[in-house]
Design a protein around this ligand. Structure first.
Ligand code: ZN
Length: 265
């Protein structure tokens, strides 16, 4: 039982009244409490559990692929008004579904004592900027970091990249990790892009699912490697032109992306 729900008998107030008062305080502090039927809540809870299991598995894969080492990187999912994020100092390859710390997306309130990742402001800012985002991954893939150190963003260099990620992965100037300044700057870019490079730091990805977010990390890291190779070979790297992208969209029959490419805006 949380400490603020503990009952202490006094001569003036009955135990029952104190419980009611404590409960009221508790519900006021956490306005995101579920107001759905118990049966539905249980069903949703099972789905949340399975999503957290998938997110923990994604953390393991990110480390296995060398996209982050040690206690670097942080991952989260959105569940209604809550963001479940990896804890501060956690190793992503040791995460279990029970480790994630819930935070209210808007108020940052939580009921857990465990500290959330230091980059929680960035994750919350992404969810606020992108109502369609269900997962946020932040990692340090070596080719992405190298490209950022070179001051280069990633344009749509292949059809696969455009269809999976969009018109580009823009590069954000260096900002100190864990700061609100970084969170706000990432949010401003993530509004129009699913992926953002952080100069001399890493990569941020948002997606409608954990599986999709993981796939975007793979695509962007591979593209970063190709851009580096192209620059090493010739000092440049060509991207798909606006006309080539338009034709690609015509052939695929629809927009695979949530937004139109920048070339048309
Ligand atoms: Zn980082």
């Amino acid at each position: 039982m949380p400490h603020f729900l503990k009952v202490v008998e006094t001569s003036e107030v009955s135990a029952t009244a104190q419980v009611e008062q404590s409960l009221f305080s508790f519900l006021s502090v956490f306005p995101f409490r579920p107001s759905i039927p118990v049966s539905t809540r249980e069903e949703l809870s099972m789905t949340l559990d399975s999503r957290l299991v998938s997110l923990a598995a994604a953390g393991h894969k990110l480390v296995e692929n060398g996209f982050v080492h040690g206690s670097g990187g942080n991952i989260s999912l959105r569940w209604d008004e809550l963001c479940y994020i990896s804890p501060a100092g956690a190793r992503l390859d040791r995460l279990t579904s029970a480790d994630f710390v819930p935070l209210n997306v808007h108020t940052q309130n939580t009921w857990q004592l465990r500290r959330a990742s230091g980059e929680h402001a960035m994750h919350l800012a992404c969810y606020r900027a992108r109502p369609d985002a269900a997962t946020v991954l932040h990692v340090h893939p070596p080719n992405c970091v190298a490209l950022g150190c070179a001051g280069l963003s990633i344009p749509a260099i292949t059809p696969d990249f455009f269809l999976a990620v969009g018109s580009q992965t823009p590069l954000l100037p260096y900002l100190t990790p864990t700061t609100q300044e970084l969170a706000d700057a990432v949010a401003a870019l993530i509004v129009d892009h699913d992926t953002v490079l952080l100069r001399n730091h890493g990569l941020v990805v948002v997606a409608e699912s954990t599986e999709s977010a993981l796939s975007k990390v793979l695509v962007v890291e591979e593209a970063a490697r190709i851009v580096l190779l192209a620059h090493a070979a010739s000092g440049q790297c060509s991207a798909l032109s606006a006309e080539e992208i338009k034709e690609l969209e015509r052939v695929t029959g629809k927009y695979h992306r949530r937004r139109k490419p920048e070339t048309e805006t």
